[in-house]
Design a protein around this ligand. Structure first.
Ligand code: SF4
Length: 222
């Protein structure tokens, strides 16, 4: 699928981008757009915040397959949820977009920045910012903070939502029949989404059930 975008460029004469990805739906259009723009980049999947592991595997494999299909290098980074749980101890009931989310972004971005530093990338960014559920400023703040720890590494604050980014993200997700996650990622967001659903007479989340299109077909294959 062609994303029909205007070409984009890395800022400040940077040459090699490490793109932290949270999932295939958020990264799909961004990946196509970077490729069509001729930007040298690699996808970096580091998300120890995603639980349970069944959900983690669904999200990662979908993203990996899409990268493979488009000949885009993909790094499957470590999955260390124990460290994530230690980091967020005491923040279990913090609301989304609060301090637990900042800690979660900091952990993921610091790991990404470190990988970039050790592997000759000079800039990194994240697909997290395309989601309308996220606070773009909060994400940028964590990215800039992580980059500041490593010499000659910067964080690209490009706003992926611009030029209909959110709509294109949906179009690519439907076209590719991506797995549709229904909560942010951690078990606390799963719990809180289910609490909201119960209050609003909606069924609980079933992991592995929904896809952006052809849901019946894919579900029966599982
Ligand atoms: S709600 Fe999302 S961003 Fe916030 S801590 Fe959980 S997984 Fe991380």
């Amino acid at each position: 699928m062609n994303s029909n975008n205007v070409k984009i460029q890395l800022p400040d004469n940077k040459k090699k981008l490490l793109l932290h990805s949270c999932c295939a739906p958020c990264s799909g259009d961004i990946m196509l757009r970077l490729k069509e723009s001729g930007i040298d980049y690699t996808v970096y999947f580091y998300n120890p915040n995603i639980h349970p592991s069944k959900e983690y595997i669904f999200r990662k494999e979908e993203n990996m397959l899409f990268a493979e299909k488009n000949n885009i290098p993909f790094i499957d980074a470590d999955y260390n949820p124990k460290q994530w749980f230690n980091l967020t101890k005491g923040m279990e009931w913090n609301p989304e977009r609060g301090t637990r989310c900042s800690a979660c972004f900091d952990m993921r971005f610091t790991n990404t920045a470190e990988y970039a530093y050790k592997n000759n990338f000079d800039i990194f960014s994240s697909t997290l910012g395309i989601s309308r559920w996220k606070n773009f400023d909060q994400i940028n703040k964590s990215g800039i903070y992580a980059a500041s720890k490593y010499k000659n590494i910067s964080y690209w604050t490009f706003n992926w939502r611009k030029e209909n980014g959110s709509k294109r993200m949906l179009d690519v997700s439907k076209h590719e029949n991506f797995y549709m996650q229904e909560y942010c990622g951690c078990i606390y967001s799963l719990r809180d989404t289910n609490i909201w659903r119960e209050r609003n007479n909606k069924p609980k989340i079933v992991i592995g059930k929904n896809y952006y299109s052809y849901s019946d077909k894919k579900t029966s294959d599982n």
